[in-house]
Design a protein around this ligand. Structure first.
Ligand SMILES: CC(C)(COP(=O)(O)OP(=O)(O)OC[C@H]1O[C@@H](n2cnc3c(N)ncnc32)[C@H](O)[C@@H]1OP(=O)(O)O)[C@@H](O)C(=O)NCCC(=O)NCCS
Length: 194
């Protein structure tokens, strides 16, 4: 993995590179690929995500999304990445660091998804491990958290493989697919990787 640049929104060169993948901030030009991949993967993704707004896949909503992302990065609130396959530039999925808490916490939350046709090929494992230097060295986080539904076997395996440690059960933690659901909390600390 290599961290390739810092945080210039208009620069579309990769920010993070891993084996067979690269990651950068989403751009308006990603709309077509993003909406196609999300649209075709809807039934695969929906059980694990908040309910999608009715207009979520429209160009107007994507434009608003990009504006929000840009502001989030500027204000050090969140860092959203899209993940691309290096061999052909295909969009694979996304991973976002959100809820950035500075001060005494220096912590953030990690969320991720891949398009259905890209699952079980090791892409998210590679993406998460490639992001960790960005999290710990560039953002200077002390802790990165991830929460998953107890029956999300893929996510649990991915987190354990990536060095996250299970910390416990958070009751009715997030509203997923329209219901407040218990989540297993995982975290990785900078100390685990130094
Ligand atoms: C979770 C998710 C991002 C994993 O992405 P991925 O690219 O398929 O993950 P990887 O290929 O790197 O696999 C990671 C591990 O999960 C396992 N795995 C992947 N899909 C699985 C499934 N459906 N059931 C059980 N295990 C699965 C892999 O075999 C691998 O474990 P292994 O190395 O021991 O074999 C993807 O399944 C996804 O987007 N799911 C829907 C959305 C979601 O769950 N988001 C996260 C909410 S917390």
């Amino acid at each position: 993995m290599a961290l390739l640049r810092s945080s210039d929104w208009s620069d579309t060169s990769p920010m993070v590179e891993g084996k067979g993948i690269s990651m950068r901030y989403p751009q308006l030009a990603d709309y077509q690929a993003w909406s196609e991949l999300r649209g075709e993967s809807r039934s695969f993704l929906s059980p694990w995500e908040p309910i999608w707004p009715a207009d979520d896949l429209t160009r107007a909503a994507f434009r608003r999304r990009i504006k929000r992302y840009e502001r989030d990065v500027r204000e050090d609130q969140a860092y959203p990445f899209l993940i691309f396959r290096s061999e052909d530039g295909a969009l694979i999925g996304g991973a976002t660091l959100s809820n950035i808490r500075r001060g005494v916490a220096q912590a953030c939350s990690l969320g991720y998804w891949v398009g259905e046709r890209f699952t079980r090929q090791g892409y998210m494992t590679e993406a998460v491990s490639s992001m960790l230097p960005f999290v710990f060295e560039t953002l200077k986080m002390h802790r990165v958290e991830a929460a998953c539904l107890p029956n999300n076997e893929a996510s649990k395996k991915l987190l354990r493989k990536s060095g996250f440690v299970e910390e416990g059960l958070a009751r009715r933690y997030l509203r997923i697919n329209g219901e407040w659901r218990d989540h297993i909390l995982f975290a990785a600390l900078v100390d685990d990787f130094s």
